[in-house]
Design a protein around this ligand. Structure first.
Ligand code: CA
Length: 440
């Protein structure tokens, strides 16, 4: 079920693109994530592959006949302007394209033909990687659910369904934006504890949520047909960083009885690079073992002993305030956490989503839910860190934050490391808060 480790992951593999060998790069030759970019002066979007500080233009590779012995449909999708047609093809084709790109960027004899297909990454505009049909957000961190629950129900933080069902809600795909897009502070109905009635005004409790997004690909399931847990990863193309911006005061007033609505749908940011499950093969791990006394998942959600359904991914949240930017200070590290601690795996979330026969489609985006550990410096949103604002976060320059202020920029990063393998990164997912009255 999981993807194989092969020659494309070898630690001693090097690229003739020199920046791919620089220590600390997110994009060594072993990564090869896909994104969509627009080159300066171009009117079309192209699919690109990140390599060091460069981007390989797949459409140009096709025109240069560098993909010519791949199957026709693989060549065809390489010249598309979204990742959807590539996501649609399925595991075998994803593997063959990865093998080819790896060869193009490693074989010294290819350099003269491939070099004209490279762009400087900092000279292009990154776009949304896919046309996202549906967006669903889960709630798969036990620690996050427990911390949030304890703020509202100190005696009974976890609701009884949590350990049986991967909890989720249907989000809004139209407001998913690529990293770097400004985030306008939303307005909405809010009602303070002392207010007699609600007011419509700018959100005063604007928060971020550190999450992993994963894209559905491969053959979709027909309406009515569930996806078996053993088959789930064949329906997952790759993953990205995701920030589920949240208006906590709007959420508190609107969320009962049907769950989040306008508190979430004003914006969701994702990183531009989609790291494929092929690239992630070396960093898979056993899923988190359930604490003693917890129920076993129902059989349709059981992943089996020895499964590699987990993912060992380290994540970090950094904050740059307006004041820090004016003083040209570096970002403040707010938290670090690990995806391997999630209570539910990606395949459990996807299988549960389709278990009622709901058809999943190529390009659908699923969010993991906020990724939190036990400790304060591993919590994935300010609501948890500040205990709903009661214990503000103190920044390195002495400034304090209960929630986000205008001008604040949140930066999510992630990387996978394992001894004997390259360290690969996810790039960045950034968003800066604009005032409610900002234009454009
Ligand atoms: Ca969320």
């Amino acid at each position: 079920m999981s993807r194989p480790i092969d020659d494309t992951h070898r630690l001693d593999l090097t690229s003739w693109v020199e920046s791919a060998q620089e220590p600390g790069t997110d994009f060594p030759i072993q990564n090869l994530p896909y994104g969509v970019f627009r080159a300066p002066g171009d009117s079309r979007d192209h699919i690109g592959v990140a390599i060091g500080d460069k981007i390989l233009d797949l459409a140009r590779c096709r025109y240069q006949l560098l993909l010519k012995d791949l199957r026709g449909d693989v060549q065809f999708v390489s010249a598309a302007d979204t990742l959807n047609p590539l996501m649609d093809l399925g595991v075998n084709h994803w593997q063959s394209l990865r093998n080819r790109i790896s060869a193009l960027l490693t074989e010294p004899g290819m350099k003269s033909r491939v070099e004209p297909c490279l762009f400087e990454a900092d000279e292009v505009e990154m776009r949304l990687p896919a046309a996202i049909g549906d967006y669903t957000d889960f709630y798969a961190s036990l620690e996050h659910a427990t911390h949030i629950g304890s703020l509202f129900r100190p005696d009974n933080p976890l609701l009884p369904n949590y350990k049986w069902i991967p909890i989720g809600y249907h989000g809004r795909s139209s407001s998913v934006v690529v990293s770097g897009t400004p985030i306008r502070r939303p307005s909405g109905q809010r009602k303070g504890p002392d207010d007699h009635e609600p007011h419509f005004e700018p959100c005063q409790m604007l928060d971020y949520e550190l999450e992993l997004g994963f894209f559905v690909g491969g053959p979709g399931n027909k309406l009515g047909d569930p996806i078996a847990i053993e088959d789930a990863e064949n329906h997952i193309f790759g993953v990205c960083l995701l920030n589920d911006w949240s208006a906590r005061d709007l959420q508190a007033w609107e969320y009962q009885p049907l769950g989040p609505f306008l508190a979430k749908s004003f914006a969701t940011s994702i990183s531009p690079w989609v790291v494929t499950l092929e690239a992630l093969a070396p960093y898979r791990c056993a899923p988190r073992s359930r604490p003693a006394g917890d129920p076993e998942p129902l059989s349709y959600l059981q992943v089996g002993d020895g499964s590699q359904a987990g993912l060992d991914l380290e994540l970090e949240v950094d904050l740059v305030t307006g004041r820090m930017r004016r003083r040209e200070e570096g970002p403040h590290r707010v938290s670090q956490s690990r995806f391997r601690s999630m209570y539910w795996t990606m395949s459990q979330m996807l299988t549960h989503h389709a278990s009622n026969g709901c058809n999943m489609r190529t390009g659908d985006l699923l969010g993991s839910g906020t990724i939190s550990g036990e400790e304060r410096d591993a919590m994935g949103c300010l609501l948890e860190i500040t205990r709903r604002g009661a214990e503000p976060l103190v920044l390195a320059d002495g400034d304090e934050r209960s929630m986000l202020e205008d001008g604040d920029e949140v930066i999510l990063t992630g990387r996978c490391a394992r001894e004997g393998f390259a360290t690969i990164g996810f790039g960045e997912c950034r968003g800066r808060i604009q005032s409610a009255g900002a234009h454009g």
